[in-house]
Design a protein around this ligand. Sequence first.
Ligand code: BG6
Ligand code: MG
Length: 214
Amino acid sequence: TVKACLFDLDGVIVDTAVYHFQAWRRLANELCFDFTEHQNEQLKGISRMESLELILNWGGVSLTEEEKIAWATKKNQWYLDLVMQMTPNEVLPGVPDFLKSLRENGIKIALGSASKNSKLILEKIQMLDYFDAIIDGNNITKGKPDPQVFLMGAEATGVQPTECVVFEDAVAGVQAAKAGGMKAVGVGSADILTEADIVISTFEGFSVEKLLQM
Ligand code: BG6
Ligand code: MG
């Protein structure tokens, strides 16, 4: 049976993935190259510094450690400029109702995100109160596809990994869930999230009943 649901943030609760893409693209453009939305899929779920490494690789740009930190800081500032304009209207459709019904059914709710900005974002969209536990980029030492973030979420809610279901839009995130012995609901496209147990395109029409049938 399912006793806890663990949610990724970016691309699951809210579509910050587009803001990350915008900010990373600006960085690439300032370094005189570009990358595609298809390449962007690889950045989902990956930490800020790991994302930077991948992007610099695509552009064939090599930087010193100091320069890398400076560019990552710039990117985060551009990203935060976009985040600061976010409103509760940006919560993805069906998410609040689904979280409410989890609550009503006594199922714990945790966040498992690679982002160091997760609390700020949850505040902006007024979703902070839904979560029993928040594990994010500030708490972890190993990024997705390592299961650490979700194992810590299970631990924080006092639930065994086998009784947890993870909601993820990233390939690396689905892999992290499976590596942790958890079920995974992919949020997005079944063509991309091939390792998920099921894939939904939106939370609208998804329910606790369907969750318990997994
Ligand atoms: C993940 C996103 O949730 O968080 C990645 O999918 C992002 O795209 C990562 O790089 C780290 O986020 P932040 O907010 O700490 O830069
Ligand atoms: Mg995500």
